[in-house]
Design a protein around this ligand. Sequence first.
Ligand code: CO
Length: 210
Amino acid sequence: MKAYEKLLLENKAWAKEKIEDDDQFFERLANLQTPEFLWIGCSDSRVPANEITGTKPGEIFVHRNIANMVVNTDLNLLSVLQYAVEVLKVKHIIVCGHYGCGGVKAAMTNHHYGIINKWLRNIKDVYRFHREEVDDIKTEEARLNRMVELNVQEQVMNLAKTSIVQKAWKHAQLPHIHGWVYDLHDGIIKPVFEMLAGTHIDPIYEFDDL
Ligand code: CO
């Protein structure tokens, strides 16, 4: 059997098991999704949102990209964000990075990676904002770990800078935004930063008339 054929076989077994547990499972989910959470995570195959949080289909709306970035010109991210906030009305947005992130590591080198350089540039900017703190850290591993945490923090703040989030904060006092980091070595998620709905942001990023 080819590797990809195994996926289809596993899928059949999974669907059968779900129906055996709850014969309305698919019918219910097909009619409605009401997730409380939007997850913005890294594309890394070792950080699957549902599995590491013990959540089921229908519970988390997911967007993943390299190094869990919130880039204000990224139509994909912005579309996901608008739909999650304005239609699904999620109560929480989670930006989840992970230690050992290849995207963060690559951004901290001077290597030319081709088109991905353009994406990683956003992480180099995070380093520039926090250069003093990061340069003071003794080992490379600790520096990269801190960069992962600071990157998550910056992406949480980037969410708060969007008109989508500001509008929701003003009218619904939701969603709260959480910055987390997952540790590949023990499977534990560490909360590192948080912006509850209505948190004050730098006035230059505030919009009138939302
Ligand atoms: Co990563």
